[in-house]
Design a protein around this ligand. Structure first.
Ligand SMILES: [Fe+2]
Length: 309
């Protein structure tokens, strides 16, 4: 643009003052970041000839997004949470860390402080009807050594795609548990297969997705944090195979290595032996952890989490 304001003395001076470059107080790194954010905002306004109406409409959107507590939903929808994961993957490759279970996004629906049990747990309270799933596996390191005493922190949606705490109709910590692995690094749990879910259809995230011609669906999945002293915390999910959105996740979290086989058990004797009266599902999934490494950035992410009251 030949009549660009960006390189005029007035705009350069304004940008310098906005970021506090003309004083020696404050945080130098933050000053540089804010300078970039504001300069890029100026450029977007100029390059796209953003009108004041359009600008204030965007500001209202951001305000309402925060008021509705949907920032944590839009961030994965815009691929930014996946980009943070790609950066960690890249840093680990550079540090020579290969072979662990792939990470994927945490998402906005984790609640801290779920009940802790040793070796096994049941995640549902028996009041909801659905397809029972038994999931089990081993936590081990990249050399194949079992990690005893690891904490497998698992959370997932119910059969209607809702998460306890955010869905007040569910019991406290429904479908949320922390399981400590046994001496062989093993964990197992019983639950109900979750359904996929979508952004609230009248919400602010979906409003923007509509304008991008995108849907807001996530395929059915189960979230995990896996942690143990001396090991890099793993944040990941498994997908439930067969979901129509398996490879079309609005949050970009599906990874091929995180789609275990779901075995449907229909044999009457096995069903009976489990105390059930309908076929059930089985999933086996092992988590492979990296030992902590000073050569790669830490994987414990400081992020605000609610705790169920
Ligand atoms: Fe989720």
């Amino acid at each position: 643009m030949t009549d660009s304001l960006m390189n005029t003395k007035e705009v350069r001076s304004l940008l310098d003052k906005v970021a506090g470059f003309d004083n020696s107080n404050g945080d130098e790194r933050l000053k540089r970041i804010i300078n970039r954010v504001v300069e890029d905002t100026f450029r977007i306004i100029e390059d796209f000839d953003i009108s004041p109406d359009e600008f204030w409409s965007a500001m209202s959107y951001v305000t309402r997004l925060g008021q509705a507590n949907e920032v944590g939903l839009l961030v994965p929808g815009l691929g930014i949470e996946t980009f943070l994961d790609m950066r960690l993957d890249q840093a680990e490759r550079k540090a020579g860390l290969e072979g662990g279970t792939p990470r994927t996004i945490e998402g906005p629906l984790y609640i801290a402080g779920a009940p802790l049990s040793k070796g096994e747990a049941r995640l549902d309270d028996g009041t909801e009807q659905g397809e029972v799933v038994f999931m089990e596996g081993q936590v081990r390191d990249v050399d194949g050594k079992p990690v005893a005493g690891a904490i497998v922190d698992v959370w997932h949606a119910n059969t209607l795609g809702g998460y306890s705490f955010f869905d007040p109709s569910q019991p406290k910590y429904n479908m949320r548990r922390r399981i400590e692995t046994d001496a062989q690094g093993r964990y197992r749990f019983r639950s109900l297969l979750p359904a996929g879910y979508a952004c609230p259809p009248e919400g602010h995230t979906q409003l923007l997705l509509d304008k991008l011609g995108r849907h807001g669906h996530r395929p059915a999945h189960i979230h995990f944090f896996v942690s143990a002293p001396g090991y890099r915390k793993l944040t990941t999910q498994i997908n439930i195979d067969g979901d129509e959105y398996l490879h079309d996740d609005f949050a970009f979290a599906t990874r091929d290595e995180l789609i275990p086989e779901v075995r449907r058990i229909e044999d009457a004797a096995k069903v009976h032996a489990k105390g059930l009266n309908a076929p059930y599902a089985e999933i086996t999934f092992d988590f492979v952890m990296h030992a902590e490494s000073a050569a790669a950035p830490k994987t414990i992410v400081t992020r605000e989490h609610a705790e169920a009251a």
